[in-house]
Design a protein around this ligand. Structure first.
Ligand SMILES: [Zn+2]
Length: 426
């Protein structure tokens, strides 16, 4: 076998194996393959072999100019997958965090002009060029923290023209960034100001005008909706998601974040690929999600950052055999963009074991964005997306909160960032 990239001398290479066709659930989430003194070989950006260095070394021939990376006895894991972000926006809402810390209520913040509406105003004003610049900067920032595949939602335009603009910028980001990007249309993120008092008319417009326009330009793989008290009801959500399913979009739902909104039940009914948040998912809803094959994408960074008391019940989700994935929910009012930090939050607040957190941040997250055949594990045929981490055991990843453990990020067989790349600049 001929390789043009080799990662050698890893203390351990850690990955799930054989889970590319279905997400892991229940006890399966405790199973990863740990290869001591591991070795990864790639060719043309794809993995060709993973195993013990002693066994593989003699079978691999290096092509001319091949890159040999010495992991120096550090830990190698797959590139992380973040399956839920609102990474593209103008106007971060830092002041809302300060208000929350000072004890202001959600309503007081809304009265002061905060919330999604404020980001919509700023994003509409920004225009494509500014959004592109912000998007590239944010992507570089998340990749530096180990994310190599990321989902990005629209939803700060809320008119057909501005939603299309966000999605076109997302497509351009995909061409210009080394990251793999999945695009999700979230036209029904909040009620557009032009439709105040007429939510059903807005829902109808999203279903009959926005969705076909997005489809025509093939700008998104998924359609998502915010199904929650104060956003859209189950019936309104169903109108949008049925129209989306008819147009062959994959379905995602923001559900059961702040209340038992019925979003999880609707996700099961619609055979959604995922329902995201799930803080108030009921046992019945989880049972129906399991039957429908819907993944619970949990977002512990959101309650943590918004000073909200309720996290998704990680143990109940896993014990019900619903596949669990993790995501940052990075957005203008919650700045957490690090998947290792989210893995910590999942252990600390959702009582996940570190191995479950790793599955949630890699292969199950890849399933949640429909890319498990390409990313999310270190297996032959997949994109050579790998991290070298400055820890001695993969179980320690959640332990080093706030510490920069990302020694090197390799995307599609090319080193792109990390402490090691920066050290070479000096
Ligand atoms: Zn979200």
């Amino acid at each position: 076998m001929e390789a043009d990239l080799v990662i050698r001398n890893a203390r351990e290479v850690v990955t799930t194996t054989g889970a590319s066709s279905a997400p892991l659930s229940g006890q399966q989430m405790r199973g990863v393959t740990v290869i001591p003194n591991g070795f990864v070989a790639a060719h043309n950006g794809k993995i060709i072999a993973v195993g013990a260095e002693a066994e593989l070394k003699g079978k691999i021939q290096l092509s001319a100019g091949a890159r040999v990376i010495d992991a120096e006895q550090r830990v190698v894991i797959p590139g992380l997958v973040d399956p839920h972000t609102h990474l593209l926006f103008a106007g971060a809402r830092e002041d809302e965090f300060l208000m929350r810390v000072a004890g202001e209520s959600y309503m007081a913040i809304a009265r002061a002009g905060g919330g999604i509406g404020r980001t919509v105003t700023e994003t509409r004003k920004a225009g494509a060029q500014e959004l592109m610049a912000r998007g590239l900067k944010n992507l570089a920032m998340v990749m530096r923290q180990g994310t190599t595949t990321i989902e990005i939602k629209s939803g700060y335009g809320l008119s057909t023209a501005t939603e299309l603009e966000m999605l076109r910028v997302t497509r351009d980001l995909e061409r210009q960034s080394p990251a793999t990007i999945v695009s999700t249309f979230l036209g029904a993120h909040a009620l557009a100001p032009e439709y105040k008092g007429r939510p059903d008319d807005f829902v109808e417009m999203v279903a009959t005008e926005m969705l076909p326009a997005v489809k025509q330009e093939n700008l998104a793989e998924y359609c998502d909706i915010f199904c929650e008290k104060g956003a859209f009801t189950v019936d309104q959500s169903r109108v949008v998601l049925k129209a989306a399913a008819d147009l062959d979009f994959g379905i995602k739902i923001h559900g059961n974040e702040l209340s038992a909104s019925g979003g999880c039940a609707l996700a099961a009914e619609m055979k959604a690929v995922s329902v995201d948040h799930c803080n108030f998912a009921t046992p019945d809803e989880l049972a129906s999600m399991r039957a429908a094959g819907t993944i619970a994408v949990t977002l512990p960074g959101t309650p943590f950052f918004l000073l909200a008391p309720r996290y998704a019940d990680g143990r109940m989700i896993i014990d019900t055999n619903v596949p669990l994935a993790l995501a940052t929910d990075y957005n203008p009012t919650s700045s957490i963009s690090s998947m290792p930090f989210v893995m910590f939050l999942a252990c600390r607040y959702m009582h996940l074991d570190p191995v479950e957190a790793l599955c949630g941040a890699t292969i199950n997250a890849a399933h949640a964005v429909g890319l498990a055949d390409r990313v999310g594990s270190l297996e032959p045929g997949k994109s050579a997306d790998a991290l070298i981490l400055d820890v001695e055991d993969f179980r320690h990843i959640p332990f080093y909160v706030g510490r920069d453990i990302v020694d090197l990020v390799v995307k599609s067989g090319t080193p792109v960032c990390g402490k090691r790349v920066e050290a070479q600049r000096h």
